[in-house]
Ligand binder design. Structure first.
Ligand SMILES: [Zn+2]
Length: 379
C-alpha cells in the first residue's frame, strides 16, 4: 500500500521514499514506493510526471492500493523524487476552476457536470441541461469573484454516520469512504483529485464558448496561466488584425465589418463590369453563326455566362473555352438546337468530360488552344 503524500500536501514538489518494488515490463520499469507525491491519473486529471532518483517518470497509474510509477530506468533503495511542478500546478488550477464553474452552474441552473476533458489546450465541461450562451459573462464574473475572495479549498472524509448528511455533487452513488472537496459557498463535491490550497491560486477563469451537446451544453474554458496564455495569443492575433486594417486595437471588429462591406460592394461592381465586357464580346459575334471563342482567366460560371450571351446573338452554336495549354474549361450553348453530340465528340477526341441539359454542355478538355481549333476545323 502506497502512502498518498499528494493528499497530505498538494504542494509537495520533492520527497524521498523507499523503493518497495521494481519490475521490468515492455514499456519500462514499474516502480512502487512506500510513499509518493506523484498523482496517478484519475477523476479526469492527468498524472504527474517528473524524476524518481535518476529515472524519468513516464506514467503514473493506480493499481489496487498501490501507485505504479512507470520509469525509463530501474531504481532501488531510497530515492529522491521531483515532480514536474509547472505541469502539476497548471492541472490543479484547471481542476479547481472546474469545481468552481460546476458549483456555480449547479446552484444557478441545477445542472450537473457529466463530462470533463483536460487536454493541453482549453478544457471542456459537459452539463446535462441548457445554458444560454449570453449567461457566460455572468457565470464567469461570479466564479472570478469567488477566486479573488481567496477561499480555502478543504477536503474531508466524513464518517459513515456523517456521510448521509453531507450534500455533495457526484456522478453516481458512492460507497464509504468518500473524499469530499469543499469550497465554502461555491461547491461541495466528491473528488479524488488534487486541488489548489485556496481559490486565489486559480488566478482567473475564462469561459470561451458554450454549445449544444447531447441533451445539454459543452463549455470551453481555461484557468490561471493557461487562460493567460490563450488570451495573450488572442491579443497578439488582434494586434496583427489591427495593423492589417490600420484600426485601433479595440475597434478591429468594426474595421473587419466595414472591410467586408467594401469587399461585397467591390465584388458586385466586378460582376456588373464582367457582364458589360461579355455583352461587348457577344455583340462582335452577332449573326455570325457557329462561334469558337477563347478567353483567358474565366471561372466556369463566367465561361457559361459568356457562352450564353454569345449564343443569344450569333444564331448558331457558341463554344467558349478558358484555360491553358494543359487544359480548358468549356461551355457549348445553342438556343435552338442540341449540343450534346458535339460535346461528347469533343470529350472523346480531347480527353475531356462533361454533360448538361438540352442546348447546354459544360465540362473540360485536357487540350490546348491549337488542338481545340484543329478539332473544330475537322467538323
Ligand atoms: Zn476535484
Amino acid at each position: 500500500m502506497t502512502r498518498r503524500l499528494y493528499y497530505e500536501d498538494s504542494h509537495l514538489r520533492a520527497f524521498s521514499a523507499q523503493v518497495t518494488g521494481c519490475t521490468q515490463t515492455q514499456k519500462g520499469w514499474e516502480v512502487t514506493l512506500d510513499a509518493t507525491a506523484f498523482y496517478p491519473e484519475g477523476g479526469g486529471q492527468p498524472c504527474d510526471l517528473g524524476t524518481l532518483g535518476g529515472a524519468k517518470v513516464l506514467d503514473v497509474q493506480e493499481r489496487g492500493e498501490d501507485v505504479i510509477h512507470l520509469c525509463d530506468a530501474p531504481v532501488e533503495g531510497i530515492v529522491e523524487s521531483i515532480i514536474q511542478w509547472d505541469r502539476r500546478f497548471d492541472l490543479m488550477q484547471q481542476h479547481t476552476g472546474e469545481h468552481m464553474v460546476s458549483g456555480v452552474v449547479c446552484a444557478r441552473y441545477g445542472w450537473h457536470n457529466v463530462g470533463f476533458h483536460m487536454g493541453s489546450d482549453m478544457i471542456t465541461i459537459d452539463f446535462d441541461g441548457p445554458i444560454p450562451a449570453e449567461d457566460l459573462p455572468q457565470i464567469e464574473a461570479q466564479v472570478n469573484a469567488y477566486i479573488w475572495q481567496d477561499l480555502q479549498v478543504r477536503t474531508l472524509t466524513p464518517s459513515p454516520e456523517e456521510l448521509p448528511h453531507v450534500i455533495y455533487r457526484t456522478k453516481r452513488a458512492l460507497p464509504w469512504p468518500v473524499r469530499i472537496v469543499t469550497i465554502p459557498g461555491v461547491d461541495t463535491c466528491a473528488c479524488c483529485g488534487v486541488h489548489t490550497k485556496t481559490t486565489g491560486e486559480v488566478g482567473l477563469v475564462k469561459l470561451f464558448s458554450c454549445v449544444k451537446f447531447h441533451q445539454g451544453v459543452r463549455i470551453e474554458m481555461a484557468c490561471g496561466g493557461r487562460a493567460m496564455g490563450i488570451l495573450n495569443e488572442v491579443y497578439r492575433q488582434n494586434r496583427l488584425v489591427s495593423q492589417a486594417f490600420s484600426a485601433k486595437i479595440m475597434e478591429t471588429g468594426e474595421a473587419a465589418r466595414q472591410m467586408n462591406e467594401r469587399l461585397a460592394a467591390a465584388e458586385y461592381r466586378i460582376v456588373s463590369l464582367e457582364r458589360q465586357i461579355h455583352d461587348t464580346i457577344a455583340a462582335g459575334y452577332a449573326g455570325q453563326g457557329d462561334v469558337v471563342h477563347f478567353q483567358e482567366g474565366l471561372r466556369p460560371d463566367q465561361v457559361r455566362e459568356l457562352a450564353d450571351r454569345i449564343a443569344a446573338v450569333c444564331g448558331g452554336t457558341a463554344a467558349v473555352f478558358s484555360g491553358t495549354e494543359n487544359g480548358h474549361t468549356m461551355c457549348l450553348v445553342n438556343k435552338n438546337g442540341d449540343v450534346k453530340e458535339l460535346g461528347n465528340a469533343l470529350c472523346k477526341a480531347l480527353n475531356g468530360r462533361g454533360g448538361g441539359k438540352p442546348g447546354y454542355f459544360q465540362g473540360s478538355v485536357k487540350a490546348g488552344q491549337d488542338e481545340i481549333l484543329a478539332f473544330f476545323r475537322e467538323q
